[in-house]
Design a protein around this ligand. Structure first.
Ligand SMILES: Nc1ncnc2c1ncn2[C@@H]1O[C@H](COP(=O)(O)OP(=O)(O)OP(=O)(O)O)[C@@H](O)[C@H]1O
Length: 788
């Protein structure tokens, strides 16, 4: 009892020590906030006084002050989280953050007396979400992304560097609640200001992992582990490639890496960082992790279904259709469609005949003739009627299409060749031998014809400006699609694809097709806007006098982020799931970027991982790669990881599971569907039971086509519990999960076993597996897929 009291006293004293430091930091922060507010106020007062250079500098200052203020307000909560006590370093050099730069201890930092080693603490650094200097520029808090903070994450007992004690500080608002220490040099007797260095608790990581979940991810800045830190701080080489099993922190690492890159080289990444996530659910799960990520509009987190502007798709195709739409075979089909669609009337467009000059063929009756496209051009020029018939038109079209340029960009050439052919027919060509006169005649012919309504109407129908959506809609016609997909897709694939395209709305996989089509079609040439002449400009000089409200830097950053189509750095989360067509889409957004790619082949829901890997390599080109592997599972207790490993052995024999970092003693529960109660009631009861056992969230994972009914089963149980389709569970995590019928999930698609592996690895504490008849449960309710 007395010993425990002594420990408590030391703990309280140490909490007091950190509280004192935190108070000091807050006093300094308040000063900084006042400074920032003053600066902004002052700048606003000064208005437009000063040289342009000074004005730009002032704007920049206001902007920085604004960002700082915003951050302070946003991250005021528990923003101080760590401390390291270090030995004296090799040299006395300090970095810009006021900390000593040396990584290795000085030679005389450790004294030996017999078997015992002694040392004095030479430097103490506090680590937080932002850096704070005191009025004398000494560091009160070091930004977690600064080089001086790296030892907080990197130091281990095997390779301690200068770190003697690593402390995680837990606080809420302005109050320090607890401290947890790890000793990196346990053999050393260290003193700080003449007192022996106390050690509290048994590790901060475990404390962090045990906490209950909400529906959003938390940051891990306080407990980033050494192997993760290596990835986060890896220099932005061409491609940083990270593999690791479920729960190894890949998503967390990817997000922290974005924050680190921005901190480390803000200018370079002003070109934007794109984070690609598989589902909108995962986007909203991760979006709030690091508030500072979004602050200057440089980081965009987008789901695969929202990468094309103006499109938000979150519907899933059935596996057989997804497989076709995602395959690189689609490229050949789309190339044909992009050109072939010229000959189909735009869907829903009135099959109009602009005057009697235009004739539209009927596709079904005359499929060989250009279906839906006019077959006769008739104009009047120089007092003569001129005609081009079907054969001539077809020849011209073929001639134009022999070029490789995007279809919409070929339209001017098509127009030119039509005029050439008409001119040749007019007989005017040989009229003048003088080249100047001949050119004049030709130009007046062109002017005459190309302003004629009949010619314009013809051109619009014969070489319409195509939109990606229009072409995709044209592909919904099975016969037409069959022509475009000949020898590429088999008839069954054509039928399924056309049928899925006839459904209203877009699926996630359609978005990559739209993006590909946009490239194949090219943006239609926009007529250049002429600046309208306003006589008032000249008369009054009004423009100069009217105050023009310029957009603020923040507005500008947000606008640029919205308009951006290429990025300086692209981070791909769950990279194993991108289909070849999706890799092409993402690749286009990072043609000149550096990349961070994180994923786990064992969790791939794509049927042909080799094909996806080839597409990934193509998107990343020949850029050199730096590979990392994450090996520790921070999410699942060993009891759950062990069960999931059985499915991994079936899905990918020989693949190693990551090592679970903790064990809870709570083994997975198996519940067969009782005949009396039925599936719905069994699942509901299982969820209810878990809700009473954990404080946080419960996820119920079902096969994709049970999504809607599963939501109904859980009606009224509150918002701590959610129902998810197996594909939607990707990347997410819950305190407890119910996995409904492993066999149904596994049988859903060729990648079903890997999808089941994902489903089984979502829980941080408890797992219940509900098995139906199809699971062939044994007498303990264990489905055959999960037996030894
Ligand atoms: N160093 C850490 N300290 C505390 N928690 C951590 C740490 N690393 C990871 N975690 C936690 O482990 C969980 C899993 O992390 P994350 O989702 O990033 O893993 P993942 O590798 O992307 O998993 P999956 O492949 O299953 O989607 C998260 O709750 C995360 O906060």
């Amino acid at each position: 009892m007395a010993a425990q009291e002594a420990v408590d006293t030391v703990r309280d004293r140490e909490i007091g020590v950190e509280q004192e430091h935190l108070d000091q930091v807050y006093r300094r922060l308040e000063e900084k906030i006042h400074e920032a507010e003053f600066l902004m106020h002052d700048a606003a007062q000064k208005g437009h006084v000063g040289t342009p250079g000074a004005l730009a500098e002032r704007d920049a200052q206001v902007f920085r002050a604004g960002v700082h203020l915003n951050r302070l307000n946003n991250e005021f909560e528990d923003f101080l989280f760590g401390r390291i006590d270090l030995l004296y370093g090799k040299d006395g050099k300090k970095g810009p953050d006021g900390a000593y730069t040396s990584v290795e201890p000085a030679e005389d930092a450790i004294r030996t007396d017999g078997a015992q080693q002694y040392a004095d603490i030479g430097e103490t650094l506090h680590i937080g979400r932002i850096g704070v200097l005191d009025a004398d520029y000494a560091p009160l808090v070091i930004d977690w992304r600064a080089p001086a903070a790296a030892p907080f994450y990197r130091s281990t007992p095997v390779d301690p560097g200068r770190v003697v004690r690593r402390r995680v500080i837990r606080s809420k608002g302005r109050k320090v609640l607890g401290v947890e220490d790890d000793l990196m040099r346990p053999e050393l007797k260290a003193t700080l200001d003449g007192q022996e260095l106390p050690v509290i608790g048994d590790g901060a990581l475990m404390a962090a992992l045990g906490q209950a979940r909400g529906h959003t991810m938390r940051d891990i800045v306080a407990s980033i582990q050494a192997e993760q830190d290596l990835v986060i701080r890896a220099p932005a080489a061409s491609v940083t490639y990270v593999e690791g099993g479920p729960g190894t922190g890949k998503t967390a690492v990817a997000l922290h890496r974005a924050a680190y890159l921005l901190y480390q080289d803000r200018r370079r990444y002003s070109g934007g960082i794109l984070i690609v996530s598989p589902t909108p659910l995962l986007v909203s799960y991760t979006e709030g992790v690091l508030p500072s990520l979004g602050e200057e509009g440089q980081v965009a987190i987008r789901a695969l279904g929202s990468l094309v502007d103006g499109v938000e798709a979150d519907a899933y195709d059935e596996p057989a259709v997804a497989r076709v739409k995602g395959s690189s075979r689609m490229l050949a089909v789309l190339r044909k469609a992009a050109r072939g669609a010229l000959e189909t009337p735009a869907p829903k467009a009135p099959a109009r005949a602009a005057g009697d000059q235009l004739a539209f063929g009927d596709e079904d009756e005359a499929p060989a003739a250009s279906a839906g496209t006019p077959t006769l051009l008739r104009v009047v020029a120089f007092g003569r009627r001129l005609e081009l018939g079907a054969d001539e038109l077809r020849r011209i079209r073929q001639n134009v299409l022999s070029g490789t340029a995007p279809v919409n960009l070929l339209r001017p050439r098509a127009r030119r060749l039509l005029l050439d052919a008409l001119y040749a027919k007019s007989g005017a060509a040989g009229r003048h031998s003088d080249p100047e006169l001949a050119a004049e005649l030709r130009s007046s012919f062109d002017e005459d014809v190309s302003t004629e309504d009949s010619f314009l109407g013809f051109l619009d129908a014969w070489w319409p400006e195509l939109t990606p959506r229009g072409v995709l809609d044209a592909m919904a016609d099975e016969r037409r699609l069959g022509r475009w997909a000949r020898r590429v897709l088999n008839p069954g694939e054509v039928r399924r694809l056309a049928r899925s395209l006839r459904r209203p709305g877009l699926s996630v996989h359609d978005v990559a097709l739209l993006d590909e089509l946009a490239t194949l079609l090219g943006a239609p040439a926009k007529p250049r806007k002429k600046r309208e002449y306003d006589p008032l400009d000249q008369l009054t000089g009004l423009e100069e006098l009217m105050p023009v409200r310029e957009e603020t830097q923040r507005e500008r950053a947000e606008r640029l982020a919205a308009e951006r189509t290429e990025y300086a750095h692209v981070i791909v989360d769950e990279a194993q799931d991108l289909t070849p067509m999706q890799w092409r889409m993402v690749g286009r957004r990072g043609r000149h970027a550096t990349w961070t790619v994180v994923g786990d082949p064992a969790q791939s829901s794509w049927s042909d991982p080799d094909e996806a890997a080839a597409a990934r390599d193509e998107a990343l080109g020949t850029r050199p790669r730096r590979r990392f592997e994450l090996t520790v599972n921070y999410r699942n207790p060993a009891e759950i990881a062990e069960l999931a490993a059985k499915v991994l052995a079936l899905a990918m024999p020989g693949k190693e599971s990551p090592r679970a970092v903790r064990s809870t003693g709570v083994v997975p529960r198996f519940v067969p569907v009782a005949e009396r109660t039925g599936l719905a009631e069994t699942v509901r009861l299982a969820a209810e039971r878990l809700l009473s056992e954990v404080e946080g969230t419960v996820g119920v994972v079902v096969a994709m086509d049970r999504r809607a009914e599963a939501a109904r089963w859980l009606d009224g149980l509150g918002d701590r519990v959610v129902a998810l389709g197996s594909l939607e569970a990707k990347g997410l995590e819950y305190d407890a999960t119910v996995v409904v019928s492993p066999a149904e999930i596994a049988d859903e698609s060729p990648a079903g076993l890997r999808v089941l592996y994902v489903a089984l690895t979502r829980s941080t504490q408890a797992l219940t597996v509900v098995s139906g008849e199809r699971d062939l449960p044994d007498e303990d309710g264990v489905p055959d897929l999960l037996r030894d």
